[in-house]
Ligand binder design. Sequence first.
Ligand code: 1AL
Ligand code: ZN
Ligand code: ZN
Length: 463
Amino acid sequence: MIYDLLIKGGKVVLKNEVVNNDIAIINGKIAAIAETIDHEAELIIDASDQYVMPGMIDTHVHVCEPGRTEWEGFITGTKALAAGGTTCYADMPLNALPATIDRHTLQLKAEAAKGKNYIDYAFYGGLVPDNLERLEELSDEGVIAYKCFMSTCGTDNPDDFSNVDDYTLFAGMKKIAELGQILSIHAENAQITDRLGEELTAQGRTAAADYVFSRPVLTEVEAVKRALYFGKETKCPIHFVHISTAEAVEEIMKARSAGQDVSLESCPHYFTISAEQLEKIGPAAKCSPPLRSIEEQERLWKKLIEGKIDMLTSDHSPCPPEMKHSPSNNFFEVWGGITGCQNSVDLMFDEAVLKRKLPITHFARMISSNPAERFNIPNKGEIAVSMDADIIFIDANRSYVVEEEGLYYRHKHSPYIGRMINCRITKTLVRGKIVYDLDQGIVGKPLGKALKLKNGRSTLNMI
Ligand SMILES: NC(=O)NC(NC(N)=O)C(=O)[O-]
Ligand SMILES: [Zn+2]
Ligand SMILES: [Zn+2]
């Protein structure tokens, strides 16, 4: 037997240890891991001095295709993800048009995605006020989970995604619990954030700091506590997306200790850019929940080091450049969403592992095995025999400055431009195929496959 690929001499990040090992791959799967594998292979790659770890599974990406492909699209979005060390992602049900709220709109998106993804992918279904009767069909079509917004979601198209009222949140949770699925929640209080924004705008207070002031910590914490209460009463599994405050993390961890089925993610921007920097960086760093103060950021870092951030996601939420520009410098008017998915892994490896000495095995859990386990993505998330060979190489001896030219996004307004990052993704493999190489760039054609997740089971096929 001849292996398809042999990765020699890497610092391999296994579940609980980092070992100098060789990895043998055949038919897209990891076939063997050992100190030395001297065996024939079609291709042998020298991984000396590189960390060899499971690729990131980014379960929070807005690709915006179909319908708003000019915002990003599958081709450029997944090139950026691959170049950033992500090997599988989940596309959110909003920002594309139509929003993914039933079988028909999911099939439209699945059709649009065919043959355009450089990495493997899954789709979210949405929970909105008028699709309670259509949730089941989304589950039948294999969505990874459901997503709802408790705050308004920032787009103004009537076809777009509407945030849930309390009845829809409660009734939706009951239905999703029956379906054995997870509800992922954007937890911010809609009335307070919207009214504070209106008041400040009316007073002519429209700077970045005013935007941050309009979405105070309490608007996230109150929404988290309300959703936890509904979740407890309905027994609905809940995942909180892009949690930005330590207080919300504590509330979620308290609920989990009391036996509730709940998880949370946060995003690199909440750990690496502070509200104090917002004025300087500008609209490229506008997001909701907003970036928090440096003190809040340090409290969130403490939660990450304590192991209370289950997973990292990019919340890549791109838009055309004109949507990040306000002629009247009104920060409320520009698009809330950060273009950043190409720098989730290297930036946070630098900040967490290299600078704050977070164990690499913990980092790998946050970016890979935890999302795979939480969202029932089979055969992914870990370097182990029989798993998909979704593998990335990280060189911790190379630094670089993020520049527009190196970004694969359709629109290059990343808040990380100009930032020094002290490591580099040098290779990304999806099911044993090189899809990105630092020297060559994107390699080959889009080979990503759609994951069809059925209540925790999945069959890899094109949907
Ligand atoms: N419509 C959006 O893409 N919203 C996103 N925007 C952010 N986070 O600023 C989100 O995930 O809430
Ligand atoms: Zn959100
Ligand atoms: Zn989002």
